[in-house]
Design a protein around this ligand. Structure first.
Ligand code: CAO
Length: 415
């Protein structure tokens, strides 16, 4: 079966996490992704957080599946010529260098357009145009400047970053959508264009509901579903909401059987209004169905702490999986806190290809997260990440270089 992006050639100048997640997605959808790396060292993540000496790290392998690797010294004049040939042949150039690095290599947008007017130039940067546009940015910086850290954690503690890589992988996803959209528009215009996904913007997009709450707070001075209500105080900015639900249905994380020794023996419990009578029945509080202090969502809001404490008395008598099974019988929305170990071992995720075992010639078998986006007519087969420069000769031959020329370029350090 063909793939959705068959025939699309991507010149992949990405490194670390944000850019590589984007190009890995494009590769999973069928694009030919040619990753350009520096000879000898390559993407810095090849050697970061290594668990096996001399093997590409899991950090690298898990972000660079289904790609080809070529080594080119982009500062060498001969190397630049090879790059020019590649730019002429490719549809998309993706990069996440520090601001200005591509220009310093000599590949300004104007030069790229001269070489290939159909080229789509896609970039991840830390910030969009403005006072911080020249700054380098990593994941947690993006979480801090995009609104996530100030709104994560508990009211009485410091800001907290999340383990979800919303700055890197989140921005990679945004960029991938920008690229396929630009490819679509190119079908009618015949022209390429620049696509920019700034990490601050990507994180803020994912924190959209917090900007909603900022404006609600400014208008009314209170947000009744937040834990600060009714006993705490609200300041000028959206506060950290602990584990409160982001939407109109109050929720909280509650202890389950075994919580004393297992730090993941918890469940997220949502007191969805339509199933309130079922919740009351389950926890033995039938009187709350009709008691005016508890009968309506508005009446319950100032009493959420007490309500969740009562529900927790029930959840602590069950394991998180027992609680999940019972609650689902009553259509009560909930979610056990799954450890990464439990997720890695979950058979249904293996079956759908969301968790995949991959074999690598140096490191052997390892687990990775497969393509989370499933297309019925473009299934994803995850193949291992390339060794450094594994495809240099192959790609050079495709560009029309003879083997003697390739050897010569290698001798002068251009590839
Ligand atoms: N041959 C020769 N030189 C190469 C090369 C190659 N194949 N590939 C890269 N280089 C050079 C670049 O030209 C650049 O040189 P100059 O600074 O002299 O122009 C140099 O390598 C370093 O590039 P960099 O500044 O992008 O890398 P860094 O390690 O200093 O910074 C990062 C890393 C991520 C902070 C920065 O790239 C950045 O801010 N990127 C944008 C935001 C981003 O994507 N952040 C997320 C990263 S994942 O957490």
């Amino acid at each position: 079966m063909g793939k959705a992006l068959d025939g699309v050639r991507v010149l992949d100048f990405t490194h670390v996490q944000s850019g590589p997640t984007c190009t890995q997605l494009l590769a999973w959808f069928g694009a030919d992704v040619i990753k350009v790396e520096r000879a000898g060292s390559g993407d810095i993540t090849r050697e970061q957080l290594r668990d096996i000496p001399d093997a590409d790290s899991l950090y690298f392998t898990m972000l660079n599946h289904n790609k080809r690797s070529v080594t080119i010294d982009t500062k060498n004049p001969e190397g630049k010529r090879v790059l020019e040939a590649l730019i002429g042949k490719c549809d998309v150039l993706v990069e996440n260098f520090a601001p200005g690095a591509l220009d310093r290599m000599g590949f300004t947008w104007e030069r790229i357009q001269e070489l290939n007017p159909r080229m789509i130039l896609a970039s991840v940067k830390g910030f969009g145009p403005g006072p911080y546009e020249d700054c380098k940015v990593y994941e947690n910086v993006a979480q801090c400047v995009g609104g996530a850290a100030s709104t994560t954690g508990f009211d009485d503690g410091p800001p907290v970053v999340t383990g979800a890589q919303i700055g890197d992988s989140g921005t990679g996803l945004h960029l991938a959508l920008g690229i396929v959209t630009a490819l679509y528009q190119r079908q009618t215009t015949g022209r390429g264009q620049k696509v920019l996904a700034a990490m601050q913007d990507g994180v803020l997009n994912l924190c959209r509901v917090k900007l909603r709450d900022q404006q609600r707070l400014e208008r009314t001075g209170v947000m009744k579903e937040y834990p600060q209500h009714p006993n705490g105080a609200f300041g000028e900015a959206v506060p950290r909401a602990g584990n409160a639900s982001g939407g109109g249905q109050p929720g909280w994380i509650l202890k389950c059987k075994g919580w004393e020794s297992d730090q993941n023996a918890y469940i997220y419990f949502i007191t969805q209004a339509p199933v309130w009578p079922k919740i009351c029945g389950l926890i033995g509080k039938e009187e709350w169905v009709t008691d005016p202090d508890y009968a309506t969502p508005a009446a319950r809001l100032p009493r959420l702490k007490e309500i969740f404490a009562e529900i927790e008395r029930w959840t602590t008598t069950k394991t998180k999986f027992e609680a999940m099974a019972i609650l689902n019988q009553y259509d009560i929305p909930c979610g056990p806190i799954l450890s990464i170990k439990e997720i890695a071992e979950e058979p249904s995720l293996r079956k759908t290809g969301t968790i995949v075992e991959v074999d690598h010639p140096v490191r052997g078998k390892y687990l990775t997260v497969g393509n989370p986006i499933k297309l019925s007519d473009s299934p994803t087969e995850v193949t291992r990440s390339p060794l450094l420069g594994e495809h240099t000769d192959e790609v050079m031959a495709e560009l029309g270089y003879a083997s003697e020329q390739i050897a010569q370029l290698r001798a002068v350090g251009a590839i």
